[in-house]
Design a protein around this ligand. Sequence first.
Ligand code: XMP
Length: 319
Amino acid sequence: DWTMGAYREQMIEKIREQVGDKQVICGLSGGVDSSVAAILIHEAIGDQLTCVFVDHGLLRKNEAEEVVAMFRDNYNIKLIHADESDLFLGELDGQSDPETKRKIIGKLFIDVFQKHADTIDGAEFLAQGTLYPDVIESVSFSGGPSVTIKSHHNVGGLPEKMGLKLVEPLRELFKDEVRALGRELGLPQSFIGRHPFPGPGLAIRCPGEITREKLEILREADAVYIDQIRKHGLYDDIWQAFVAILPVRTVGVMGDGRTYDYACALRAVTSVDGMTADYYPFSHEFLGETATRIINEVKGINRCTYDITSKPPGTIEWE
Ligand code: XMP
């Protein structure tokens, strides 16, 4: 795309002009926006950029490894992988209130980001993947009052607190333009077309108390579900799809034994902007096959339901 090619060159010049020979820090979430921002800035200033990837232990199966491999090995970007899962899961232990869980994660995220950013000598700039719609409005969600879509990764208020200036190369772009720029920069389509993933991660897909055991089961079930969706060629028709592990165990039979395991709910919605959503009309055949696979392949789950709530009145996430 020639326009994106031109934009890329123009932005690289602008970033070089703004940053000079100073150091830049960028928080990576694994999402498209921060990824494209990081890769563009890296093209402009190379090793003057250090990315900080805060791993809160609430990511999906293999997600942390994939992000690290993509940026460190593939793009050769300096990356701090802050594995802080013990800290996050420790603080979340015993907490079941959705807003409390979000607040704990949001606060720790900022603390941890700052702690790691402080180790980067002479940093003067903070890079963010802010898009044009983020500039003109801050959207809040019914699932989380006072929480904007990127509150955890845009580390609000931090730049001033740390005395950092902002670098926001995507400020003039809409989401589809960021995807086009990502393609231009060589990001694989599997990465660019990924469903949105919330900052608090699996914490809000594990209603009630979070345990490592539940997270492990949830990761496995979610991986099987997404694999099913991809195999049936449905991934790109869906805005967001995921599994929630329910805080209830139910009785089942397996062979000649009785099981007493967790129930899970599958969620898949279509949407334009996440503000309203309809459940996805999977065929019964797809649903049956997927339930069978999850129950057979995932130890710890023996019952599977499909969530057919639209938004409103439901939210997309379960918390
Ligand atoms: P809800 O569940 O409110 O979600 O219908 C709408 C969209 O926002 C995402 N979401 C969040 N993203 N922090 C985030 O970064 C949050 O606390 C949060 N809560 C919901 C959700 O995944 C969906 O795309």
